[in-house]
Design a protein around this ligand. Sequence first.
Ligand code: NAP
Length: 349
Amino acid sequence: MAEIGEQIRNKQVIFKDYISGFPKESDLYVKNDNTTILKLPKASNGVLVKNLYLSVDPYMRLLMQKFNTGDVFTPYQLSSPIKGYGVSRILESAHPNFKVGELVWGSTTWEEYSVISNPENLVKIEHTDVPLSFYTGILGMAGLTAYGGFFEVCSPKKGDYVFVSSAFGAVGQLVGQFAKHMGCYVVGSAGSQEKVNLLKTKFGFDEAFNYKEEPDLDAALKRFFPKGIDIYFENVGGKMLDAVLLNMKFEGRIAVCGMLSQYNNLENLEGVKNLMHLVFKAIRMQGFQVYKYFHLYPKMLDFLLPLIREDKIRYAQDIVESLENGPAALVGLFNGRNLGKQVIQVAHE
Ligand code: NAP
């Protein structure tokens, strides 16, 4: 156990250069010989943390390129360690809200130890009878995205016909289960037979299909939704969105959470042809950002913790050990290598 004031190794994942197209592992590198004095800087109001788990998220690809996202994202800085969400333990605190030993989740850096200068947005972890890694996913940013996106944006009702793309992902698996919990009929799409089977057997989706094996997505959706779709939870964009628009019901709702199929194609985004159906069917299509729903976090915990404890909501995680595997884990999101929420375990609790 490292002591405050000690000089220690602080492995980091460093961003090399801005990219276009698919990310590669070599766009990042692991700096093994970085050292740091384990101490908060003088006059800091922040906290010094040990990072335990890091969340690997698709939006991180967007930060690897200079691209106009309005004010939402700030691109990564060259030759600096990359940032992301994580679960950390406080080692030293100069902030009145945080004490040594407490566990938190929120924005941190891909390294073993971090100084977080503005800890106001960190969320304290109070319930540790569930896996700590859950605070990178179901009880963290992905959970809040699914919760806010589904319950606030989709206006779900019992009996609705719900379609979720990237349904085995960190967010999608939750949206599908929330919809089942409400008494909806739920179909998910995913990129392998293994994921398709697990959607039905582990998460209780009514149906699922492998979008990579469907040459005609419109025909596939008609097969699963002969009467149409009430709610589409959009994670991927592109051709899937075009096909969904043809299959929405009157006054259907589309929550646009992300458009993952476009993140490696930012200079040449795919067009969507069927937008006229928004008019024909009076569809409400709404983008959203998770930041808008942080005030719902306590309500989400009250909803989710009992369901997790009773095994009524399940969560698939794909946890890799050590920062060395970080670059591969991030790249893997874009070829579907992750089987559930992608997490890096940086240190043991
Ligand atoms: P995720 O689904 O766990 O991870 C990525 C998965 O996307 C991969 O496993 C892969 O699964 C699928 N994928 C990769 N490339 C694809 C492509 N070209 N077409 C279709 N599927 C593809 O990621 P997540 O964390 O749950 O995020 C899901 C979406 O939510 C993303 O678009 C993300 O940006 C968005 N998001 C938005 C917010 C917000 O505030 N609005 C917050 C968090 C996340 P397959 O094997 O199924 O291909």
